[in-house]
Design a binder for this molecule. Structure first.
Ligand SMILES: *[C@@H]1O[C@H](CO)[C@@H](O)[C@H](O)[C@H]1NC(C)=O
Ligand SMILES: *[C@@H]1O[C@H](CO)[C@@H](O)[C@H](O)[C@H]1NC(C)=O
Ligand SMILES: *[C@@H]1O[C@H](CO)[C@@H](O)[C@H](O)[C@H]1NC(C)=O
Ligand SMILES: *[C@@H]1O[C@H](CO)[C@@H](O)[C@H](O)[C@H]1NC(C)=O
Ligand SMILES: *[C@@H]1O[C@H](CO)[C@@H](O)[C@H](O)[C@H]1NC(C)=O
Ligand SMILES: *[C@@H]1O[C@H](CO)[C@@H](O)[C@H](O)[C@H]1NC(C)=O
Length: 430
């Protein structure tokens, strides 16, 4: 008896230990919150119009007459900036001065001396209707400034703040695949496409360059595809956050930079009227004395604010083809066309690798493996119990029961068969 109890306790402990170990492994696996990615490629008929960022170097974006009209004060600024005694604005090599113009001018000067947007873009032609979306207010051009370029942003939003959609089929059938196009009155532009509110942080390398020259009509055709990546929120791996990562980053850079140097951080892009309360606001530059280590510090500080990925990240991949033809010698024209491509867009979704439902099912079955009772066994046992009174009553009846056979003979018509099929129904007689 004693030995039997010891043996039973040993079995109990063994089962519990193995169960706990397996349960621990399962739970550990679940708590890793691993994700797997699933990508779908698709071709949608409704194409969302991306935000087009057109960056024009200040040399082409500003009415430079103001420099000539005020040459002496710019010579002075040039001298201070490049730390030279006799700086002649017109003679600085390779237009170096103009490249840094954005650092020398204040935001209000940039606003004052830049050409109005109509100088660059008069109208937009799109495949949706014959109306100009700039006239109807469907698209807007927003002006921003960076330290080297003026940025024009074409933004087309519907009433919900989402990008306007154009029909691929319409563009293909009626407009030789051109979704929208416009003429840009300038010599050189840097282009990029972003989804409103979803710009990447390190996307400065993604510019396309389109140039035009005197006596040429340059055509730049841009095809783009959209790539959406949806991540899972915490606690899943690659935790994401719903925010405008690029904007948060730039705001952080500028807030710290203004606090510590009184100037904007270089490489950021700000709306021209953003800092209108301080008329002297301008972009900082490593050329201003010893601020570069400070810039580095601020940059690192702000990078740590935007380590989290966006939950819903959209980027575009794009390709540009250019061609040009001769026109009158004194003219030049640049046309930008955005063309529907037959390449599919992609949607990448993160899915939990070990979802909660799987965890519940597996832990449930693990528990019942070690301690559980089989439902079938229980039902059988129950049926056994139920059958006891019935069997007792049939036992007594048994010898009185006559079996009556109802035979149905099936014989193929016409042909005499040797084998008769007999279906016998046995029924107890009441
Ligand atoms: C010339 O520069 C001075 C000082 O920067 C400024 O007050 C003045 O408005 C400028 N004149 C023009 C024509 O830009
Ligand atoms: C094109 O831009 C130049 C300045 O770069 C401007 O003088 C000219 O008027 C513009 N042309 C048109 C047609 O707007
Ligand atoms: C597309 O075709 C329509 C009708 O022919 C026209 O009104 C529209 O301007 C065209 N759009 C483009 C981008 O060529
Ligand atoms: C837009 O594209 C259409 C068709 O390719 C062309 O006829 C039209 O001149 C273009 N418009 C502009 C403003 O580039
Ligand atoms: C350079 O650094 C020194 C010491 O930190 C500081 O006093 C000076 O103002 C700085 N100069 C500039 C141009 O920022
Ligand atoms: C089949 O049934 C018929 C009629 O009931 C009978 O005459 C015949 O002998 C049976 N044949 C065989 C092979 O049992």
């Amino acid at each position: 008896m004693e030995r039997k109890t010891i043996f039973m306790n040993f079995i109990r402990i063994f089962c519990i230990v193995v169960f706990i170990f397996q349960f621990y492994l399962l739970t550990k696996d679940y708590l890793q919150f691993n994700v797997r990615k699933e990508t779908i490629n698709y071709i949608d008929d409704a194409i969302e119009m991306p935000e087009v960022h057109i960056a024009i170097p200040y040399y082409y974006a500003l009415d430079l007459n103001f420099v000539l009209n005020n040459k002496s004060s710019f010579d002075q600024a040039c001298g201070a900036f490049f730390n030279k005694d006799n700086c002649d604005v017109l003679e600085t090599d390779g237009g170096k001065f103009y490249k840094w113009l954005g650092n020398i001018l204040t935001l209000s000067d940039i606003e004052k001396y830049s050409y109005p947007t109509e100088t660059f873009i008069k109208k937009i032609v799109w495949s949706e209707s014959s109306e100009d979306p700039l006239k109807t207010g469907k698209c807007k051009i927003i002006r921003k400034a960076s330290s080297t370029t003026q940025v024009l942003i074409i933004r087309c939003l519907d009433s919900h703040g989402l990008p306007l959609k154009v029909s691929r089929t319409k563009a293909i059938i009626f407009n030789s695949s051109v979704l929208f196009n416009f003429t840009l009155n300038t010599t050189i532009v840097l282009l990029k496409l972003i989804y409103p509110g979803k710009a990447l942080v390190d996307d400065s390398s993604l510019y396309l360059v389109c140039t035009s020259a005197k006596g040429k009509l340059t055509w730049c055709g841009i095809r783009f595809t959209k790539h959406t990546e949806i991540s899972l929120p915490a606690p899943y791996k690659k935790m994401c956050r719903n925010y405008d990562r690029r904007q948060t980053f730039e705001d952080c850079l500028n807030t710290h930079s203004i606090e510590q140097t009184g100037m904007l951080f270089p490489e950021t892009t700000v709306p021209l009227d953003r800092y209108s309360e301080s008329s002297q606001m301008r972009f900082n530059s490593p050329l201003y004395g010893n601020s570069s280590s400070l810039m580095l510090k601020i940059y690192r500080q702000c990078q740590s604010v935007v380590t989290q990925q966006m939950c819903n990240m959209i980027r575009y991949s794009y390709k540009m083809a250019t061609s040009s033809q001769d026109i009158a010698k004194d003219q030049q024209e640049m046309r930008l066309s955005f063309i529907a491509t037959s390449e599919p867009d992609s949607l990448t979704e993160s899915k939990p690798d070990f979802p909660l439902s799987d965890y519940l099912i597996l832990s449930g079955s693990l528990f019942s493996t070690w301690f559980g009772i089989s439902i079938m066994g229980q039902l059988l046992a129950a049926s056994h119990l139920l059958c006891i009174p019935y069997r007792k009553s049939t036992d007594t009846v048994d010898f009185k029961t006559k079996i009556r056979s109802n035979s149905i003979s099936i014989r193929p018509k016409g042909k005499k068969s040797r084998n008769n099929l007999t279906i016998t129904r046995i029924s107890p007689i009441a």
